[in-house]
Design a protein around this ligand. Structure first.
Ligand SMILES: [Zn+2]
Ligand SMILES: [Zn+2]
Length: 833
């Protein structure tokens, strides 16, 4: 009875919990009395979902209202003492779910790294850097038992539960994880493999001046070993700082210069030096803060001042600076200023542009206070960044689009570099958000400033700047003495007629390549199509091999000698004869990066040629290794897809060749001219830096095309005026908002019927919205699903967006309730890119 009395007067609370499931609602759980005082909004809670599953949820709300029609289950455990997600983030999640028409669960899934979403499907492994002998933490008996067992291999949640004979093991896992003894992850394939490094240090016995002196005397007749030790002491001041020896020096840097490797090995054998391995961060380098003496040029200084001034009256500023104008230095200066006033900074970069090059540069300036958030990182590394922001360790994060989800609580500045880049938009799965646009909302929540940067701003952004919604700052000169590259057009249609094309290369381009190579300069060749040939075709009847799962032709890959579908990965052997007319003349048509690489090898047999596209960069380090070789000058010519257009600054590149400009400009999409302008200008910007003027050769069969002319004249302003007039005339963004609805089904007829139903009901109900379609999209079948699409155009300010979205959702829900359409999949993409 006593128990009840002591609980007397205590209230029963309920929590609305957000679960990582695609169900459009929160779930009510009961808070156990003993957790009443500890439960807060934003904490992670372990709950049971369904009969068996155990998942991590986020506490979204706390109240006293018991649910009416069911009995709420208890929260099993809290994973955090302090909220892992703050209320600003929860507001942002809600905004994303509403705006992009998806569920909060889908947003949570995208936002939280898997390691923060412990569930009964989680896997557990021992932390590679952990050693039971060396740890200073205290462990319970059960914890030690588990750690010893985990040393033998990964275990699942259920296995651990059985092994320990405990039903709910979350508190044990939570404790071990906080002591960095274990790692939790979702799937075996994500297993965390840290990068390790061999290091060398002086054996502890010699870590004092007396024994050190004696040892040097004993080595008097061995000058090469002596040199090793002197070199070591030069870098590691063991006598001044006894801790310095503990970390030693990396084997690699000890061996730099004239140091003999065999002498190092002898010293290790004789117990004077010792070798050990240590885990290094993904972007692994010594944490040396370099004196930062970035000096802004007059032009940069002026832009910098203008940006700071613009922030007095505007939230958002667009920095429009030509390629090579040194925007990064301006960013660095602004970041430093924001950090000095004790606010956090987020620096967003497109996926591909976030290279080791830029990270290393920033790390040298901002040191350990900077976190890097990258999708190529393991989940564990992402959890480290998340926790680093919570603990205050990271005040500045450079990252890709998903870093908008990180737990910032005091942002002062968000920089969105290459703001025009389409990879800021997430296509699959939901939420289909645009990181640039979400970052604007994030900034509003924090009262932070936003700086958008680009040499080729998107039409939408530039329009806002022209309307004075954003401030506009320009840099029209390149940094230093450098001039913008000289651009030449090579008319391939004429040359084809005159037969002066060699393979796919014009004479002009070949001559320029030859010249660059003879001057020991580097060349970039851009062709936005991977593989050898985009298709094969029978020369007698015109038959083209197609994918069995998708409505696309197969791309020929020579290195695999097979035909591959770029949409689903389907692969088949190259046919020896045409299945329709039995002709053996089945030939490749067109060309991709592989074919250009092959031709270059024929024309320039002595040149080192590398290819950079999806096929050569699939491995984790493929990308960095190709770039590394190019940076060292080991590669003379780099052939690649749009991967070569971004974020690379190499001083020795003097020539860029652009292939297939025509295809970019004639792609049937209202953004194709904008894309072509951006891609060609960006890749051209790789040519010529510092004191050298670069050259660009664009191969085209349509040299009088206006877009090419704007590029040639570097006339962004007129290009923009032409584009915006076109957008206005045809009701495209920024004058309208678009929502694209895609209907998918394995049966073509059902797909068509469902889309017709949806189309006509939307047309009926949304009188002020233009409903286009349904129509077959350009690729009408992918992975055995037929596709139909409906496009909604809303004139800005003329229709209530919230109401329209509600209406769309109701129509979709109604459609899916009909028996015949139950298995139809419907995807809504707000602001498609
Ligand atoms: Zn044929
Ligand atoms: Zn396919």
């Amino acid at each position: 009875m006593e128990m009840f009395e002591s609980d007397g007067g205590r209230k029963t609370f309920f929590a609305e919990v957000l679960l990582p499931v695609p169900v459009p609602r929160l779930f009510t759980y009961r808070i156990p009395l003993n957790l009443n005082d500890k439960t807060r909004i934003g904490q992670r809670a372990i709950v049971q979902f369904g009969d068996r599953k155990i998942v991590t949820g986020l506490i979204f709300n706390i109240h006293e209202q018991a649910p009416k029609d069911f009995e709420a289950k208890y929260i099993l455990e809290l994973l955090d003492d302090f909220p892992a997600v703050n209320e600003l983030q929860l507001k942002l999640f809600q905004w994303i779910a509403d705006y992009y028409m998806c569920t909060l669960g889908e947003v949570m899934n995208a936002a939280l790294p898997a390691g923060l979403k412990l569930s009964s499907e989680s896997m557990v492994q021992i932390h590679p850097a952990f050693s039971l002998e060396e740890t200073t933490h205290h462990f319970s008996e059960k914890e030690v038992m588990l750690l010893q067992r985990l040393a033998a291999g990964t275990m699942t949640y259920t296995e651990i539960s059985k092994f320990l004979g405990v039903k709910f093991i979350f508190s044990i896992l939570k404790s071990l994880s906080s002591k960095e003894a274990i790692i939790l992850f979702e799937e075996v394939k994500e297993k965390f493999k840290p990068k390790t490094e061999k290091r060398i240090r002086l054996s502890a016995a010699f870590n004092n001046s007396k024994s050190l002196e004696e040892m040097f005397q004993s080595l008097a007749s061995k000058p090469r070993q002596e040199a090793v030790l002197l070199r070591y002491l030069q870098d590691v001041p063991v006598l001044h700082d006894s801790h310095a020896n503990k970390n030693g020096i990396s084997r690699k840097s000890l061996l730099e210069g004239d140091i003999s490797e065999s002498s190092v090995n002898t010293l290790i054998r004789n117990g004077i030096l010792e070798e050990f391995e240590t885990v290094v961060p993904r972007f692994g380098f010594e944490n040396s803060r370099e004196a930062n003496n970035i000096k802004l040029s007059d032009e940069q200084q002026r832009a910098h001042q203008e940006i700071i001034k613009s922030f007095d009256s505007q939230t958002t500023t667009l920095l429009h600076g030509v390629t090579g104008s040194g925007k990064t230095e301006i960013y660095i200066s602004l970041i430093r200023k924001a950090l000095e006033s004790d606010t956090q900074v987020l620096y967003l970069l497109p996926e591909i542009a976030l290279t080791t090059q830029i990270v290393q540069r920033l790390k040298k300036i901002f040191g350990a206070s900077m976190g890097v958030y990258h999708s190529r990182f393991s989940d564990n590394e992402r959890v480290e960044v998340w926790n680093g922001i919570l603990s205050g360790k990271f005040k500045f994060v450079v990252g890709v689009r998903s870093s908008i989800f990180l737990p910032f609580d005091n942002l002062g500045l968000i920089i969105i570099d290459e703001e025009h880049d389409a990879s800021y938009k997430q296509q699959e799965p939901a939420p289909r958000y645009h990181a640039r646009d979400v970052a604007m909302i994030l900034a509003k929540l924090h009262h932070a400033k936003v700086l958008l940067g680009s040499a080729t701003p998107s039409v939408e952004t530039y329009f806002q700047a022209k309307q004075n919604k954003y401030a506009l700052v320009k840099i029209e000169k390149r940094f230093g003495e450098a001039n913008l590259p000289e651009i030449l057009l090579a008319d391939t249609a004429r040359k084809r007629k005159m037969k002066t094309l060699k393979g796919e290369f014009s004479r002009a381009l070949l001559l320029h390549i030859e010249g660059a190579l003879s001057r020991k300069e580097q060349v970039i060749i851009f062709q936005n199509r991977r593989g050898y040939s985009p298709m094969m075709s029978c020369e007698d009847c015109g038959w083209v091999p197609k994918c069995v799962n998708c409505a696309v032709s197969l791309t020929y890959h020579q290195y695999r000698h097979s035909l591959v579908c770029h949409y689903c990965g389907y692969r088949e052997a190259v046919p020896h004869q045409c299945p329709v007319c039995t002709s053996t003349r089945v030939k490749t048509v067109g060309y991709g990066t592989e074919k250009l690489e092959e031709e270059l090898n024929v024309f320039f047999p002595d040149a080192q040629i590398q290819r950079m596209d999806l096929d050569t960069t699939r491995s984790k380090n493929g990308y960095d290794s190709i770039l590394g070789k190019f940076e060292n000058g080991e590669t003379d010519i780099l052939v690649g897809t749009q991967m070569v257009t971004k974020g690379l600054d190499f001083d020795r590149v003097s020539l860029v060749g652009v292939f297939n400009a025509d295809r970019m400009m004639h792609f049937p999409d209202f953004r194709s001219h904008e894309r072509a302008y951006q891609l060609i200008t960006q890749v051209s910007g790789r040519a010529g830096r510092r004191d050298r003027k670069g050259q660009v050769v664009i191969q085209t069969s349509n040299p009088s095309h206006p877009v090419l002319n704007f590029i040639l004249q570097n006339d962004f302003e007129t290009f923009f005026e032409t584009e915006i007039a076109d957008r206005r005339k045809h009701d495209y963004p920024p004058f309208t908002r678009l929502i694209e609805i895609t209907v998918k089904h394995t049966d073509k007829k059902i797909c068509q019927e469902a889309s017709r139903h949806l189309g006509s009901s939307l047309r009926e109900q949304l009188s002020r919205v233009k409903v286009l379609g349904p129509g077959e999209p350009m690729i009408s079948k992918i992975r055995n699903l037929y596709l139909m699409s409906i496009l909604l155009k809303m004139v800005r300010g003329k229709s209530d967006l919230i109401q329209v979205k509600g209406n769309i959702q109701n129509n979709i829900d109604a459609l899916l309730k009909e028996q015949s359409f139950r298995n139809v999949r419907i995807i809504v993409d707000v602001d498609p890119v």
